[in-house]
Design a protein around this ligand. Structure first.
Ligand code: FAD
Length: 365
């Protein structure tokens, strides 16, 4: 049987430039990828998923990321939604929701708000129990894939604690509006969501709610960080391929530019960046697969290192291709814009550094 990574790359084809310029992915392609279990490939087979390990899914994610960071962003959101349901949901909720996500339904995850970016303890979206119903009020911003989503996993305050709930995107009171002109991952369907007295069954609250906010958001964010980190490996692989090809064929001063030592130095830097990102991701995924207590810190490290390497590596790639890569839609131009955003999402580089320092300094710091 064809490898999931191979299959995903084949289905994506070579239209990423067109999608970037059009700021849209074909919805039927996303649904097809979803139905084949490729958008949340770690979901166990009993729920219709592929049951891949974190490392195997990482390679799939890198492969998708090398082709199209917008598609990879949709994959990250779908995977985060599935992981949140797996981690926080009851057995009945897993059985009800996960097959939707492996059956062609698309999902997005909303935690950020205007006043709650890095500091999620400031979030104000509220869940209120009213008999058998849950009433949701609030507004989420910059939710990746929300423009395509059928299901929204929304984080909010619930009683004295926090919770996540699964809300149909079509529920009365839900408004989804595209973020205009995003810097990168332009086809990822980022949107702002308003939830105005949205009423869903109380059973939509994953695990019954009443959990601590850090516990609720860490489940989703950890998966998102791992996925973004592997996506950055893909960005670096795409940049390395574009750079080695260009540096071998483009001649200036009577020889291929790759034979000029300063350009060769850029190539070597990209080789190192790709290796560093791959190794740190492999380590983190192995921690996930073995259930190591190091998992959370290894994931933060992977996201931090991979995104910084990708942002720097993509800038190097644009430098080497020069005018040949300096137009919107070109693989290195997309990488340059897309990678920058990876240093911001799922915990910015600064937040990752604080978490790494805290982990090194010990509890209470
Ligand atoms: P702020 O929190 O305002 O931070 C601004 C700057 O201050 C940053 O450099 C930050 O690192 C720094 N900073 C903040 N606090 C500290 C501190 N304590 N110490 C040091 N530095 C600090 N949200 C969702 O809910 N779902 C999504 O799917 C989603 N997708 C996104 C996709 C993209 C492309 C983007 C750009 C954003 C997305 N977001 C999403 C929102 C994202 O999670 C936030 O942008 C991110 O958490 C940062 O919040 P902020 O933009 O408000 O920046």
């Amino acid at each position: 049987p064809i490898e999931p990574a191979e299959l995903a790359a084949e289905l994506l084809g070579d239209d990423a430039e067109t999608w970037d310029l059009a700021c849209a992915l074909p919805r039927d392609l996303l649904v097809d990828l979803g139905k084949r279990g490729l958008l949340c490939a770690e979901v166990p087979t009993r729920y219709g998923g592929l049951g891949l390990s974190s490392e195997h899914n990482g390679e799939l994610t890198a492969r998708v990321g090398a082709v199209c960071s917008s598609a990879r962003s949709v994959l990250t959101s779908q995977g985060m939604a599935a992981w949140t349901i797996q981690r926080l949901g009851s057995r009945d909720q897993r059985a009800a929701y996960l097959p939707l996500l492996t059956g062609g339904g698309l999902a997005a995850v909303g935690f950020s708000e205007t006043g709650a970016g890095s500091d999620l303890s400031a979030l104000t979206t509220s869940f209120t129990a009213r008999g058998d119903s849950l009433v949701v009020d609030g507004a989420k911003v910059w939710v990746t894939a929300a423009a395509y989503a059928d299901h929204l996993v929304i984080f909010g305050r619930y009683g004295d604690g926090a919770a996540a709930a699964v809300i149909p995107a079509s529920a009365p009171g839900v408004t989804i509006e595209r973020v205009p002109h995003p810097l990168g991952c332009r086809a990822a369907g980022h949107a702002n969501i308003t939830l105005d007295a949205v009423r869903v069954p109380a059973a939509a609250v994953l695990g019954g709610g009443g959990l601590s906010l850090p516990l609720v958001v860490t489940a989703a964010l950890s998966y998102g960080r791992m996925s973004v980190a592997w996506g950055c490996v893909g960005i670096l692989r795409a940049c390395l391929a574009a750079v080695t090809e260009h540096a071998s064929v483009r001649e200036q001063f009577g020889k291929p530019i790759g034979e000029h030592q300063l350009v060769a130095g850029h190539v070597a830097g990209l080789v190192a960046a790709e290796q560093i990102a791959t190794r740190v991701c492999e380590h983190a995924s192995r921690c996930w697969d073995s259930g190591s207590p190091e998992m959370v810190t290894a994931t933060v490290l992977a996201k931090y290192v991979s995104s910084e390497q990708a942002a720097r590596g993509a800038a190097t790639a644009v430098q080497v291709l020069a005018s040949a890569g300096a137009h919107d839609g070109h693989v290195v131009a997309r990488a340059y814009r897309d990678a920058k955003l990876m240093e911001i999402i799922e915990g910015s580089s600064e937040l990752c550094r604080l978490m790494l320092a805290r982990s090194a300094l010990g509890p209470g710091r």
